[in-house]
Design a protein around this ligand. Structure first.
Ligand SMILES: NC(=O)c1ccc[n+]([C@@H]2O[C@H](COP(=O)([O-])OP(=O)(O)OC[C@H]3O[C@@H](n4cnc5c(N)ncnc54)[C@H](O)[C@@H]3O)[C@@H](O)[C@H]2O)c1
Length: 339
């Protein structure tokens, strides 16, 4: 069984690739490696791993010939990064992923799993589930919604399509992200002794640990096809919808230091709570980790120097840097020609 993971060098992808290899799958990883290839350093050289450094918008479809399942994670992966260049975000997160799904079907891949996000729900009163109307508010969320809308109808008796709407992820990864709520809180506590909390702290958000969300992709791969084909699942658990300030208190408790915090942002009490019963009831998915465990592992890694705060850990800043660097290279080339 061979699995192609797009975005396999990313925050979730690098953990997913590792978990698939541990389970004995053959893995092909297609990624531009915007965050470097070192994110896969603990699996590079594994005979079951093949690396394809390419773009989902123009990779050679022949790489799909020996693939059984595609897990499609490549994307500009949050709201601020999605707003840097909305046209590019649509090209990659919407059109690029529809291209991956369409080619997968053409090349007789059996299963396609789309990494979507609970952000498609936008902010809504009450609790939303997979049947709720969506309300995508940002370019990133809109691209996810469009990708879902165009990949699901490709499903038929020989091509299974599943959409996973992941909650906000937390936990350690070789491509660390400190721009995610829990991870950022732990970093702030470590660096300044204060947990940064977005005002006014009463807003609800759903969360899931990185190994649990990676596990959900594997769960879909290993579940009976009738249970997953043409289905949308929220990935997380009902117990892990949290209000931000009480969540910060839990994190301080996990780390074992007195609770201390600082506000940031303008008051924003827009909330959303998500129902995760479907993935639990249909697939038997049950998260193994909690924010307290996730916070502890990140804090320990910071203290021991196994993870560092760098520009690469803040997605939008890193993409801004890459765009500026590209401009400078072009400028130099241009001047070279003029001279
Ligand atoms: N992390 C979260 O909290 C979260 C929550 C919900 C959904 N998601 C979704 O899960 C997926 C993975 O997220 P992540 O946190 O691992 O993000 P990430 O930014 O760490 O990883 C994305 C990977 O995609 C690659 N990539 C980007 N554009 C590409 C292109 N055009 N061609 C090939 N590769 C490309 C990048 O190099 C990177 O390795 C994304 O689709 C994201 O939107 C993430």
């Amino acid at each position: 069984m061979k699995v192609l993971v797009t975005g396999g060098g990313g925050y979730i992808g690098s953990i997913l690739v590792q978990m698939l290899l541990e389970k004995g799958y053959k893995v092909k990883c297609l990624d531009r490696f915007f965050f470097g290839m070192e994110t896969l350093s603990n699996v590079l050289g594994d005979p079951n791993l093949e690396i394809v450094k390419d773009d989902i918008r123009w990779f050679d479809p022949n790489i799909l010939r020996d693939v059984d399942t595609v897990m499609d994670l490549a994307a500009l992966s949050n709201d601020p990064a999605g707003e840097l260049d909305p046209r590019k975000t649509m090209e990659i997160n919407y059109k690029g992923r529809v291209r991956v799904a369409t080619l997968s079907k053409k090349y007789q891949v059996e299963r396609y799993i789309l990494a979507s996000s609970c952000s498609v729900y936008g902010f809504q009163d009450g609790v939303v589930d997979e049947r709720s109307p969506i309300n995508p508010l940002t370019t990133y969320a809109k691209a996810n919604a469009l990708a879902e809308e165009e990949t699901l109808p490709l499903a038929d008796d020989s091509f299974s399509v599943t959409v996973l709407r992941q909650a906000t992820v937390y936990g350690l990864s070789p491509r660390m992200r400190f721009d995610l709520a829990i991870n950022g809180m732990v970093l702030g506590f470590y660096k300044h002794g204060k947990i940064p909390i977005m005002r006014d702290g009463t807003q609800w958000r759903p969360f899931v640990h990185i190994r649990d969300t990676a596990g959900a992709f594997i769960k879909v791969l290993e579940s009976e096809r009738d249970l997953v084909n043409k289905e949308v699942f929220n990935v997380g658990s009902n117990e892990q919808n949290y209000q931000i300030k009480p969540l910060a208190e839990l994190i301080a408790e996990a780390i074992g230091l007195p609770f201390n915090f600082e506000w940031y942002g303008s008051p924003d009490n827009r909330s959303y709570r998500v129902d995760f019963s479907k993935i639990r009831d249909v697939l038997g998915f049950k998260p193994k980790y909690t924010p307290k465990e996730g916070a502890r592992e990140i804090y320990d890694a910071l203290v021991e120097g196994r993870v560092k705060d760098s520009i690469k850990t803040r997605t939008v800043d890193w993409y801004k840097f890459l765009i500026e660097a590209q401009k400078i290279v072009k400028e130099v080339e241009l001047r070279g020609v003029i001279l």
